[in-house]
Design a protein around this ligand. Sequence first.
Ligand code: NDP
Ligand code: BG6
Length: 500
Amino acid sequence: MADLKPSIMVIFGASGDLAHIKIFPALYSLWEEGFFPESFALVGFARTKMNDEEFRKSIFSSLNSHCRKRPIQEEDFLKFSKHIYYLPSLYDKVESYTELGKFITSKANEYKITKNIVYYLSTPPSVYNDAIEGIKNADLVSEDFKGEGFSKIVIEKPFGYDYKSAKELNEHLLSVFKEEDIYRIDHYLGKETVQNILAFRFSNAIFEPIWNNKYIDHVQISALESIGVGLRAGYFDESGTIRDMMQNHMIQLLSLVAIEPPALFDADDIRNEKVKLLKSVRPLSLNDVKKYTVRGQYDRGVIDGKQVVSYKEEEGIDANSITDTYAAMKLYVDNYRWAGVPFYLRAGKRLKTHKTEIAVYFKKLPYSLFAKAGIENIKQNSIIITIQPNEGISINIGAKKPGFVMDIEPVCMVFNYKSSFRLSPPDAYERLIYDVILGDQTLFARYDDMLIAWQLITSVMNGWSKMEPPVFPNYDAGSWGPKEADELIGADGREWNNAV
Ligand code: NDP
Ligand code: BG6
């Protein structure tokens, strides 16, 4: 097993949702499976008044609802929870950071460990700058303070609100931490199926030779959700799907499906290739934004047999909101491999189904041998990489239907994670937190790929702000999204893969 250094993790916003639903369940699973340093301390840092015991109790109950390892036995949790502490703190008060410094020093002495510190920002973004400033002003990253240890920072999405704010936040971070100590989370990169995109492309001799514009007709990347805005109305109404999904998860998927093979399978080489790829994405002019992007917002409708309200009727959402709950776009990657191949991206909430997939469609046959037998429309071959649910890969081919006449039918060759490996894959957060402690940045966004993604998305947002606002809502909950998205791909004689 890798050498995991004894560490102290300080979780800002530890009273919140993400800490309870994702971070602590991931920490517990790692600890339970032995993927954790022997000496460690987990310190909650937030405004809510609680003592260690109350904090531990709240973690225990959320582990039993959200942890992959549930049900959690009390005696096991007791061993784990001895390492959990809570410091009621104010994010903008110097005294809170002074106390944090004293606490870290005392725990390092008690556990006889070097001050290897991970600061995990799991607060709303409005707190990020105060937290970075507080850490800096209290000297909690200086060589004097940590001695031989490291100090890393993990930062949740959204990383900024647009290109300018992302750049400013980045500069602020870099004034305190080194790039190699900054871990910008995009939880999609921690998903097994997303990591498998590179394994699939670069560990199989049969796919890479056809992975280019000579054979591929177009690529569709879809992240469809049937859930609505849930309890995150305040955040989502300011973000919309364009910032919430497109700027990060969708652009990362596009990068992985399209990058060139890196020289080495390591953080810098992979991220260098991503930057190269994103620089090749054709920028969108205002006219392109009008032609090649679509935004939508859901109306009332029926999901899983239940009536659901429209976006504007959701709790906490302004009745006049023009926030997008759906976005689609067509992009081109102007390089040797992909010239002329459209990439269609779509993401949205309250849709007919929940599926995230990459569908790669191959070109039509140059000539049909079977036309004379009356078989005209042989379906294009396609490879569907299903990120979730039913994680796997299917290859759609044509095969002769058994019988005395020649007839060709589409059939599907399927690789399914569950049946092939019979393992429950770790949650994305487990993998990402493990990598933070290990010091592997491969699955984290780097400042330059993140900024290029913001550049592209900011041009779309600017374009939208100059255009006549759409008449929202424009799609029913439980549908496949706005008709304009069908028209976007339909204009090229293609259609979305709506197979479920
Ligand atoms: P919460 O709204 O639950 O906030 C986390 C904690 O931050 C709260 O418990 C609260 O702690 C503190 N806080 C909340 N609002 C403010 C405020 N206005 N000023 C100062 N402190 C505040 O957020 P989540 O836990 O849901 O998310 C944390 C981060 O992770 C966010 O950046 C979010 O975008 C991101 N994220 C969340 C996901 C999710 O599913 N929840 C998914 C992906 C990313 P206290 O009052 O005790 O200080
Ligand atoms: C988050 C978005 O980053 O990703 C959410 O903020 C979205 O709005 C979620 O629902 C989707 O993640 P997953 O892992 O459920 O596909």
